[in-house]
Design a protein around this ligand. Structure first.
Ligand code: HEM
Length: 362
């Protein structure tokens, strides 16, 4: 353990509060008829997820002023975008993007040439891809906001900020995959490198192509791309089970991978369910998909990354994992049974607290 490099407590409290706020806002539409859903993505993925990726990349114990600025601007952006003040939100997005680019080009090259090098470790490729994806999410969402709000260059049903903000969901997935490959260990035979590169390209190209199909509303192509992603996720899961090192972190990453399998499964089923108008199944699938992907899979990854300097500590991983699964499986039901919401939110806050602060013997 190296407490000097652990994340400071005040920072954990800020991250925890932002995540809890995103989760609570997810249920607020039961009381106030407004769409709070995107706050999930802004607070959880763009602000907290982006910050953790940058902090991990820079390898600082105490974050620099630039990173704290990213965090503060992320919260401002979330509020402005929620009130549809996209024009002003862009003023926050530009410095955030500059901080991401400074970190990315400080650690990697401007052009991601590692992607094309056979000898570059795949954990490095996923790490670089996470930063590139974060940077591009700012660029594309900004262009789409400018199109929708001011210039109206293109008109397409799915070409709207809400869809493009989903890009912010993927950097945390990519950094978690980087960490998973790191725990597999450095000495892998050439065949493994080949398989790992196959997984890297299938997931990255697969997500980009899938996104293009969603934008153009190409049903059959969407199902095909989603099926390829589903198979790639199963493959990654089996590979990690077989070769992942026997560390305590592995329990949480395996639990995270099972969340990812459910993510891919619900995402895949959603497409035909929606096309066939099987109400209310598509809505239930999409809500489950959002909760499982963000607060299940992504949270597992964020936990392992933020507590990496504390492992292995005496926490009972299986008890934590059971609590995590209980909260995430019940969360979508809260949308239909309002009386359950206070309990679900309380359990989520307990989960966050334990993930950030659990110590020896907890
Ligand atoms: C691995 C395969 C995946 C498939 C097949 C899939 C599929 C889908 C589909 C079809 C949608 C609806 C898009 C639309 O028409 O607007 C969607 C939305 C979404 N996806 Fe995924 N997805 C996958 C992975 C992920 C991952 C890894 C994450 C996050 C880490 C994620 C987060 C989301 C979120 C937050 C939404 C928006 C939900 C909402 O509107 O409430 N997805 N996904």
């Amino acid at each position: 353990m190296s407490p000097a490099r652990s994340m400071p407590a005040y920072l954990k409290i800020i991250l925890m509060s932002l995540m809890a706020a995103g989760f609570l806002f997810g249920f607020l539409d039961i009381v106030i008829p407004l769409n709070f859903e995107r706050l999930h993505v802004f607070l959880f993925n763009m602000t907290v997820g982006g910050f953790v990726i940058l902090h991990y990349t820079r390898g600082e114990g105490r974050p620099s002023a630039g990173l704290l600025l990213y965090l503060a601007l992320g919260a401002v952006y979330a509020v402005l975008a929620f009130f549809n003040r996209y024009g002003i939100a862009l003023a926050a997005a530009v410095p955030m993007w500059a901080i991401v680019e400074k970190t990315r080009t400080g650690r990697f090259s401007f052009f991601p040439k590692n992607f094309f090098r056979n000898d570059a470790p795949v954990e490095r490729k996923f790490h670089e891809a996470a930063l590139l994806c974060l940077s591009l999410s700012f660029v594309f969402s900004t262009v789409v906001v400018m199109n929708t709000e001011f210039f109206h260059w293109f008109t397409l049903d799915k070409l709207k900020p809400d869809v493009f903000f989903l890009g912010f969901s993927f950097p945390v997935s990519l950094i978690t995959m980087s960490v998973m490959f790191r725990y597999i260990g450095p000495d892998r035979p050439a065949l493994h490198r080949l398989i790992e590169n196959g997984i890297f390209w299938t997931i990255n190209i697969g997500v980009i192509i899938f996104f293009v199909f969603i934008i153009f509303g190409l049903f059959a192509a969407e199902v095909a791309a989603a099926s390829v992603l589903f198979v790639a996720v199963i493959f990654l899961f089996v590979y990690f089970l077989k070769y992942g090192a026997g560390l305590k972190q592995k329990h949480f990453l395996i639990s995270g991978m099972v969340f990812l399998l459910f993510t891919a499964f619900t995402g895949l089923l959603y497409i035909p369910a929606k096309a066939m108008g099987m109400t209310p199944l598509p809505e239930l699938l999409l809500k489950s998909h959002a909760y499982i992907s963000l607060y299940g899979w992504n949270l597992s990854g964020l936990f392992v990354i933020t507590r990496r300097e504390d492992f292995p500590f005496g926490m009972n991983s299986w008890k934590m994992i059971l609590l995590h699964w209980t909260v995430i499986m019940l969360a979508p039901a809260g949308k239909y049974v309002p009386a359950a919401v206070p309990f679900i939110c309380a359990a989520f806050i307990v989960l966050l607290y334990r993930y950030f602060f659990a110590r020896e013997k907890d």
